[in-house]
Design a binder for this molecule. Structure first.
Ligand SMILES: *[C@@H]1O[C@H](CO)[C@@H](O)[C@H](O)[C@H]1NC(C)=O
Ligand SMILES: *[C@@H]1O[C@H](CO)[C@@H](O)[C@H](O)[C@H]1NC(C)=O
Ligand SMILES: *[C@@H]1O[C@H](CO)[C@@H](O)[C@H](O)[C@H]1NC(C)=O
Ligand SMILES: *[C@@H]1O[C@H](CO)[C@@H](O)[C@H](O)[C@H]1NC(C)=O
Ligand SMILES: *[C@@H]1O[C@H](CO)[C@@H](O)[C@H](O)[C@H]1NC(C)=O
Ligand SMILES: *[C@@H]1O[C@H](CO)[C@@H](O)[C@H](O)[C@H]1NC(C)=O
Ligand SMILES: *[C@@H]1O[C@H](CO)[C@@H](O)[C@H](O)[C@H]1NC(C)=O
Ligand SMILES: *[C@@H]1O[C@H](CO)[C@@H](O)[C@H](O)[C@H]1NC(C)=O
Length: 359
C-alpha cells in the first residue's frame, strides 16, 4: 500500500477545518506535495545518481538521502535538505520552495547549481534558520525579500556569481550569526544596516566589487570574531569604532583603497591573532598601541605609505609568526626588541628607508 495515501484523506478535512477556525499561521502543503516538489526538481537535474533513493514509492522522511523531517502542527513535514557536495548539476530556480514552507535548514553547498535563487519563494520560508548555497554557480542579485527570513541565523552564499547590491533589508535579520557573501560580484556600498546584526560572529564580504567606506557604526557587533572585507574597492578611513569589537580574531581589510591612519583603537582588540591591512594607501605612523595585541600571529601592513619608525612595542608580540612591513616609507633603526620575537618565521622589511644595523 502507498504509505502516503492516508494523508490524502486527512488533508482536505484539515484544510476545511483550518479555514473555518482561524487564519492558518503558515500554509502547509501536504507531504505528497512536498515530496512531489523534490521529485519534480530531481527530474530536471542532469545528475540523478546521488538521489536514487528519492523514489515516490518510499517514504521521504525515512529513506530519502539528505532529507530530514519533523513534526509541525501535528504532522510530519520536510524540514531539512542536506545535500552538500553531491555534484548536483542543474538549476535551483525550478525547485518549488512554495511546497516546502516548513524548511528550517537547506544545505546545497559545493554542487554545480545554476540559475537565480528563487527569492520570491525562498523569501517566504518563514521558519528557515540555515541557508547554505556556497560554491555553486548561482547568479543574479540578492533580493530584498531576504529581509523576511526573520529566523535566519546562517546565510552562506560565497563562491557564486551573485551581482547587484547587498540589500539593506539584511539588517532585519537580527538572529544572523554568520553572513558570508565572499567571492561573488557584488557591488555598491556596505549597508549601514549591518550594524544592527548584533549576533554576528562572522561577517565575510571579501573578494567582491564593493565600494564606499566601511560603515562606522559596527561598534555593537561585539560578538564578531571574523571581519573579512579584503579584495574590494573600499575607500575612506578604517573606522576607529572597530576598536570596540573586542572578540575579533581575524581582521582582513587588505587590497582595498583605504587611506588615513591605522586607528590606535585597534590596540584594544586583545584577542586578535590575524591583522591584514596590506595593499592599501594607509599613511602616518604605526601606533605603539599595536604592541598590546599580544595574541597576534600575523601582522601584515605591507604595500602602504606608512612613515616613521617601527615601534619597539612590537617586540612584545611574542606569538608573531609573520611580520610583514615591506614597501612602506618606514625610517629609523630596526628596534632591537624585535629580537624577542622567538616565534617569527617570516620577517620582511624590504623597500623602506631603514637605517642602522640588523639587531
Ligand atoms: C508549487 O507548490 C505550490 C504549493 O504546493 C503549488 O500551489 C504550486 O502550484 C506549485 N508550483 C508549481 C510550478 O508546481
Ligand atoms: C526591513 O528593512 C528595511 C530596510 O532597512 C526596512 O525599510 C523595513 O521596514 C524592514 N522590514 C521589516 C519587516 O522589519
Ligand atoms: C548600539 O547600542 C547602543 C546601546 O544599546 C545604542 O544606543 C546605539 O544606537 C547602537 N548603535 C547602532 C549603530 O545600532
Ligand atoms: C581602548 O581602550 C582604552 C583604554 O585602554 C580606552 O580609553 C579607549 O576608549 C578604547 N577605545 C576603543 C575604541 O574602544
Ligand atoms: C583567520 O586567518 C587565518 C590566517 O589567514 C586563517 O588561517 C584562518 O582560517 C582564519 N580564521 C577564520 C575563522 O576565518
Ligand atoms: C612592552 O613590553 C615592555 C617590557 O618589555 C613594557 O615596558 C612596555 O610597556 C610594553 N609595551 C606595550 C605597548 O605593551
Ligand atoms: C613570507 O612573506 C612573503 C611576503 O608576503 C611571502 O611571499 C612568503 O611566502 C612568506 N614566507 C613564508 C615562509 O611564510
Ligand atoms: C630616507 O631617510 C633619510 C633620513 O634618514 C632622508 O634624508 C631621506 O630623504 C629618506 N629617503 C626617502 C626616499 O624617504
Amino acid at each position: 500500500m502507498d504509505p502516503l495515501s492516508p494523508l490524502n484523506l486527512v488533508l482536505p478535512l484539515a484544510i476545511l477545518l483550518s479555514s473555518l477556525l482561524a487564519p492558518p499561521a503558515i500554509a502547509m502543503p501536504s507531504i505528497e506535495e512536498q515530496a512531489g516538489a523534490l521529485i519534480a526538481w530531481k527530474a530536471t537535474l542532469q545528475t540523478h545518481e546521488p538521489l536514487q533513493s528519492w523514489d515516490r514509492k518510499a517514504w521521504p522522511c525515512h529513506s530519502w538521502r539528505g532529507i530530514g523531517c519533523g513534526a509541525r502542527q501535528g504532522k510530519l513535514v520536510i524540514t531539512k535538505i542536506s545535500l552538500r557536495g553531491m555534484r548536483l548539476r542543474g538549476s535551483l530556480e525550478v525547485l518549488n520552495f512554495s511546497a516546502l514552507t516548513m524548511l528550517t535548514s537547506v544545505d546545497l553547498s559545493h554542487n554545480k547549481l545554476t540559475g537565480r535563487i528563487p527569492w520570491s519563494e525562498v523569501g517566504n520560508l518563514a521558519i528557515l534558520e540555515d541557508l547554505r548555497l556556497g560554491i555553486n554557480k548561482l547568479s543574479s542579485s540578492i533580493s530584498n525579500s531576504i529581509g523576511n527570513l526573520a529566523k535566519l541565523s546562517v546565510l552562506i552564499l560565497w563562491g557564486n556569481q551573485l551581482s547587484g547590491h547587498i540589500p539593506n533589508n539584511l539588517g532585519n535579520l537580527t538572529k544572523l550569526s554568520l553572513l558570508d557573501l565572499c567571492h561573488n560580484q557584488l557591488s555598491g556600498h556596505i549597508p549601514q544596516e549591518l550594524g544592527y546584526l548584533v549576533n554576528l560572529k562572522g561577517l565575510r564580504l571579501c573578494d567582491n566589487m564593493l565600494s564606499g567606506s566601511i560603515p562606522n557604526n559596527l561598534e555593537n557587533l561585539t560578538k564578531l570574531t571574523v571581519l573579512s572585507l579584503y579584495k574590494n574597492q573600499l575607500s575612506g578611513h578604517i573606522p576607529q569604532e572597530l576598536g570596540y569589537l573586542v572578540n575579533l580574531k581575524n581582521l582582513s581589510l587588505y587590497s582595498n583603497n583605504l587611506i588615513g591612519l591605522i586607528p590606535s583603537s585597534l590596540g584594544n582588540l586583545s584577542k586578535l591573532s590575524h591583522l591584514f591591512l596590506w595593499h592599501n594607501q594607509l599613511s602616518g605612523h604605526i601606533s605603539q598601541e599595536l604592541g598590546k595585541l599580544v595574541n597576534l600571529e600575523n601582522l601584515d601592513l605591507s604595500k602602504n605609505m606608512l612613515i616613521g619608525s617601527i615601534p619597539n612595542s612590537l617586540g612584545n608580540l611574542t606569538k608573531l609568526s609573520n611580520l610583514l612591513l615591506w614597501s612602506n616609507k618606514l625610517s629609523g633603526h630596526i628596534p632591537k626588541e624585535l629580537g624577542n620575537l622567538v616565534n617569527l618565521n617570516n620577517l620582511s622589511l624590504a623597500d623602506n628607508n631603514l637605517t642602522g644595523s640588523i639587531p
